[in-house]
Design a protein around this ligand. Sequence first.
Ligand SMILES: NC(=O)c1ccc[n+]([C@@H]2O[C@H](COP(=O)([O-])OP(=O)(O)OC[C@H]3O[C@@H](n4cnc5c(N)ncnc54)[C@H](OP(=O)(O)O)[C@@H]3O)[C@@H](O)[C@H]2O)c1
Length: 385
Amino acid sequence: MSRLTEPLDTPSLGALLAELGAEARAHRFEVAPNPCVGAAVLAGSEVIGRGYHRFWGGPHAEVEALASADASGVPRERWDTLVVTLEPCSSQGKTPPCTEAIVARGIRRVVVGSLDPDLRHRGRGLEELREAGLEVQLLENAAPLRTISPHFLRWLELERVRRPRPWVIAKWAQTLTGQLTPPESIGGGRWISGEEARAEVALLRSRVDVILTGVGTVLADDPRLSVRPPELTSKPPARVVLDTALRTPPQARLLHPRADEAAGPVTLLSVVGADASGARAAALAQAGARVHGIRGDDVHHLNLRAVLRWMWEQGWRRVLLEAGPRLCSSLLDAGFVDQLRVYTASIPGGRGESLGSWLGASSLEERLDRTVGEDQVLEAFPAPL
Ligand SMILES: NC(=O)c1ccc[n+]([C@@H]2O[C@H](COP(=O)([O-])OP(=O)(O)OC[C@H]3O[C@@H](n4cnc5c(N)ncnc54)[C@H](OP(=O)(O)O)[C@@H]3O)[C@@H](O)[C@H]2O)c1
């Protein structure tokens, strides 16, 4: 447990906020588009619990810090202050409002590093805490969002609020030359990444609203795009295939989930007209798919802006793109990819178009390079076009 040098003086609180912010940033790729947030509970000047928002849909930092203070064994009557890098939420989202949890635990003072930048919520959390009789201190600039969560500020930009579209995470596996399909002789011509990488992807799938792919991938790989083991999620992500002319076969594995996987509903997005009638649409509906019509674009594929708007209207906010090079490059070139997770295996060569030149030419922000099993992993937020 760390101890503040001066009891609750402003520089010590500022230093604690900066430390919490830096630690919260470690989870940026797991929480985006949500903000990175860190919190601590103090008994006098002693930090007795710390917590972070660790993954999208997971508990908020305040709730984690309160649980960590519980685990410390320090009696509740000694807890007095909660320090948090961002104004606590006051509305019900995927989790209950944090203001309620703070008040319910008898916290007497809340020190906050940044106001909520969302104008619909800004100041409301602090107001609620004050109304409940808590002392509230705002130490702006101690944990600025432009340093801790630049991605969150982009998510709330006026243009994005005005024309909303979900947050898209493009994940792909590639060979050393950036190709998404390995040579025939490796991984049955299908698998590029190792077991540990595949386990990470299962976890990522369990933390998105929807998985998006193209019909090219369905025809080439017949993927399941499900969560395995199924216990990883209570609500499996929906699955969406861009399939202009409804080429998905009714016997595709996507449409026939097994007992050992959690698989969400499947929607095939076809060009308006192809969806409405015909034996193909009827057979796919019979196999359990929803077929929905979307406006086409100049090259007869589907209009990506319209696809993303339709996804937003479904209430989906975090999308995992698991497609081949055609759909990936369409979305990357249009500036619709917000986050990247690229696994590179030490496999030479490969087949099909390479995304290596796109990666090389792009400016990537907050880049993180790491290793999982035998694969190299690159995570980043592509700079807006
Ligand atoms: N390594 C990996 O991570 C990974 C992941 C997935 C796939 N793959 C590999 O990728 C290969 C398949 O690649 P692919 O490029 O053909 O498949 P894809 O990108 O998954 O699908 C492309 C198809 O999507 C449809 N589409 C509809 N609207 C589109 C739009 N606006 N922009 C682009 N596409 C649109 C088009 O077909 P319609 O016009 O018929 O609708 C297009 O041909 C396979 O070999 C597979 O193994 C690798």
